[in-house]
Every structure is written in C-alpha cells, then in structure tokens.
Design a protein around this ligand. Structure first.
Ligand code: ADP
Length: 213
C-alpha cells in the first residue's frame, strides 16, 4: 500500500511518517529530507535546490520529479510520500511514474491544521541533525536540552523555520498544494483528518483507523 500525506508545513507529516515507519513497516519518501541530504553532500542537485529552499520556495518540478524518479527505481511500494507531490504537475507525473511499475497511490491523507497552530509549531521547532526527528521548544522538549532523545544528535533550527520564511511557505502551500486536495478527491482517494488538537499518538491512532490498519 502506498500512502500520500498532504498538509501544510508543520501539520505533522514528518512525525506521522516516523510512526508509520517505526510501527507499521512503511518507508518514508521525504523530498525535503532528500534535498537536505543532497545539500549536505554538496551534490549538483543540492546546489540547484538550495537557493529555492532557503527562500521558502518550491524547487522546480523538473528537478523534484527527476529526484523522485531515481528514488522509485530503488523502492516503489509500502511508501509514505511526505511532501511530494506538492504541485498538480508533480501529482500527474507521480501517477505516471507509478503506473509504469504497476503501482499507485492507494490513500491520500489530508492533515487539516489551523494557520495559528502551524505558525506556533514551526517557530518553535527543533530537529535532530542526524535522525531528523522533530521537537518543540515548549510543547515537545527533549529530555536533555539541545540533544535528541534517540541518538544524542544536535538539535538545530532549520534555516527555513524563521518567521518570514514560514509565511512564504504557508502562502506557497495555499497557492500550489491546496489544489491537490480536489485532484485526489476526484480520484476518490482523499481522507481528511483533523490535526489540530491531537498528540502525535492520538493522531496516529486516528490515521490507522481511517486506513483500516
Ligand atoms: P515543510 O513540509 O515543513 O515545508 P519539507 O522538509 O518537506 O518541509 O520541505 C522543505 C523545502 O524543500 C520546501 O520548502 C521546498 O523548498 C523543498 N521541497 C520539498 N519537497 C518539495 C516538492 N515536492 N516540490 C518542491 N519543493 C520541495
């Protein structure tokens, strides 16, 4: 089963992906993480993506689609698509790429969260430099300040988690990604889940129920 998570930055896609991977045997395909690791490794693709990411803008579709196409050669089932597709062009391209290997997106989970909650989560977000797990300076503190509970990696603030960049990202999401909700509604694949006032665990339980897992 392939699942797609759609939601604004800070809606909890990454956290939910972690749980689906750890507890339900899925593998996460996060285009944001793939871009960040390309940037850290100073690849050509990383160089191309860096500028867009730092501004809070989407990386152009041809670069993003190409990166996903390469990934799908290594694995194309039991995937959680986290942060891809984010444009209509990417969604159409993904359907084609999966069709070529006789696979498809089975369910699309749309995580609905209010803007004020998103802003609070993102301005206080810390991520582990190593495993990418997310924390929050108030709501989800690590056991030891500045250090990941799982692998003791350093907790950092992502360069695009500054308020001006966050506002751009939310705007870009509203303009370019929200239309995907209709696209998947028409394909009869959309499951809307309220992500406002739930802990990650409560949210995970709600998702499993929706997926019949
Ligand atoms: P968030 O969901 O919080 O925005 P991500 O880690 O998923 O965080 O993405 C970070 C950035 O990576 C995005 O703002 C964008 O610049 C780039 N990016 C990730 N996925 C895509 C995509 N599917 N299309 C274009 N750009 C992307």
């Amino acid at each position: 089963m392939n699942i797609l998570l759609i939601g604004a930055p800070g809606s909890g896609k990454g956290t939910e992906s972690e749980l689906l991977c750890e507890q339900n045997g899925f593998t996460q395909l996060s285009t944001g993480d793939l871009f960040r690791s390309n940037i850290a490794n100073k690849t050509q693709l990383g160089l191309e993506a860096k500028n867009f990411m730092e501004q809070g803008l989407y990386v152009p579709d041809n670069i993003t689609n190409g990166m996903v196409k390469e990934y799908l050669k290594t694995k194309n089932s039991n995937l959680i698509f986290d942060g891809y597709p984010r444009t209509l062009d990417q969604a159409i391209e993904l359907d084609k790429m999966l069709l070529e290997v006789n696979k498809k997106i089975d369910h699309v989970i749309y995580i609905d969260v209010n803007d004020s909650i998103l802003l609070n989560r993102l301005t206080g977000r810390l991520v582990c430099e190593i495993c990418k797990r997310s924390y929050h300076i108030v709501n989800r503190k690590p056991l030891n300040d500045g250090v990941c509970d799982f692998d003791y990696g350093k907790l950092i603030t992502r360069p695009d988690d500054q308020e001006d960049k966050i506002k751009v990202r939310l705007q870009v999401y509203n303009d370019q990604t929200k239309p995907l909700i209709d696209f998947y509604l028409q394909q009869n694949k959309l499951i809307k889940v309220d992500g406002n006032n739930k802990t990650p665990k409560e949210f995970h339980t709600a998702i499993l129920k929706e997926l019949g897992l």
